[in-house]
Design a protein around this ligand. Sequence first.
Ligand code: DGJ
Length: 695
Amino acid sequence: MSRIIPKGDIFVLETENTHYVLGVDKSGFSRHIHWGGKCCADDYVIDFNGGESSQNTFLDEISQEYTVFGSTMYRGCALKAEFSDGCREVDLKFLGYDASERELVLKFADSYYPLEVHLCYKVTDGLDIIARHAVIKNNGKDKISFEKLFSAEFTLPSKKPYIFKNTNGSWGSEFIETNNTVEAGSCVFESRRGISGHNNSPYFIAYQNADEKTGDVYFASLAYSGNFKVEASRDAFGTTRVILGMNDFDFDYVLSAGESFATPEVFCGMTQGFGEMTRQMNRFAIDNVFPKPYNKTPLPVLYNSWEATYFNVSSENQCALAELAAEIGVELFVMDDGWFGQRKDDHAGLGDWYVNREKFPNGLTELIEKVNSLGMDFGLWVEPEMVNPDSDLYRAHPDWAYHYPHRDAHELRNQLVLNMTRKDVQEYIFGLLDALLTENNIKFFKWDMNRPLSETGAENLEEPKMLWYLHTKAVYDIVDRLKAKHPDVTIESCSSGGGRSDLGALQHYDMVWTSDNTDGIDRMVIQKGYSLLCPAKAMRAWVTDIEGINKPCSLDFRFAVAMQGSLGVGGNLLKYSKEDMEICKKNIALYKKIRDIVQFGDLYRILDIDRDEVLLNQYVTPDKSRSVAFLLANGTRFYKKRIPVCFMGLDDEARYSLTIQGKTYEKSGAYLKNVGFPLHIRGVDYNEIILIERV
Ligand code: DGJ
């Protein structure tokens, strides 16, 4: 059982397998004491009250839970404020704490100015995940502005350098893993684009000697979809610290008299191995991140028409696709871009969220009724934050796009970003989306976002630099309002593929579109990077007609890749042969049987396509009674070589049946784990889906 154990000035956050220990010292500084294995709670002390020289200051050397800028502290910090009289330093003193069984709030106040800072922690039963955030309060009459307002700070236990796993992707190659050793100075992972973006991920994963199964792994993921910063640094004393939160680049947050602000949450933990990290975060996300009520409902099999018809949508081609989609077993039919305004290509129409009557002379009703009559729900693509200069919206309200009066607004994909911090813009967007949902039987929106912000004038704001945060908040608020009013609607977050795939998005949206790259071969790598800290259920994955740009991969292969998340189909069914349709039917029927295992189970990444030339990902139900494994390879070398195929996560004592390479076995969980099957895995298109069921 996880719990908070207060011990005088020391607080032990006990999780399933770890202790996270913090305290408050005699001077009132928050102090980090321990993060790792459990010890006797009485043994913890704040042991460093260290010496100070003029060049090595006490404040630089100690490890705090949340370091503020000021006095003789010179390294990176979590908070930097400016008071109305120009004082730019904060001096926190301990006020006291509130503790319940699972939550702890440490309260600090500035020694002179009316600022309070609360550090909030919450432990989760059965897991080693702790949720953290900070709350700031302005108890005075004047404004306080914050140049830096991070969510959390961490200190890692070893004095030796850590390796930081993150991603360095781009459009079409999201979530490509990187590993940087931080020996001296700092390493920064960030976004400055207004979205969490395709490049770095808003988290840290720190380790020294770890693999999927073993080794201490420390991690924390920021639940925020806007500009973020993760800064890991190692100081002259060998201490590695990490701060993460909203990026301080071009940042300002102003707290008016009497206001308070809660930073985005951070979910952190310490596990043995990367695999356990993934499994814990996956379980945590299902119960504690995903919006309710669909957090525990399996997502339907979706069809999306984008790659079939692109902008060229019409009532006829969508109805024809819908018939075929229903035939193969699709449950949710989604019409993508092109249905609205004067949208013929990406030059016009964004902002005009009413149906294009040339393409749909009878409105959307005809298509929606057709889709419903085929037994499917209907979903629609929208890109609410955007406007094409060639649109009625822009002609009526050119000032609604971010701009500076004396600068040209920079178009990307021929579009500008709406100033989402304006109330009128928010109401316009909410009103149109609400009307679409009210007037039509629409059960799903794919909310796209196809360019970063630029020329972010935000003249309407007293503090224009707050726009980065306010933009993200406005998006979240509109999504929440739509769902509150239309509780049977789910919404997907998309940003030119995976540009807004983070746990912040997943506190509001029900799923994310992981990448526009639907090549089965590339996708194996993209999905692996995604899976590290993001939940499988939320990962929309389509099977399309991209047969492997560099290496061929069959329709079955592509299904076996896409079935490892929430399955979708995005190919042009109008061109499918009878055999192709049968392959779709067979795989979708299989997916419906196993989707609960994939969407809610524990993932074991057993063989890695890059490292082992073979991918073996296994998903196991929480009660270990059912499991499904995906075994994929695209050209292995050394044809005599046998690959050891073992299965994990099962009950050692229980007996399981499975069929592999055409032979059926009944074996114990221990056998499957320790002995397994040494297999020849050959061919350029090897794909096998193995069901493992308790006998
Ligand atoms: C980018 C998305 O990632 C695609 O799936 C598609 O919806 C296009 N936008 C439509 O313009």
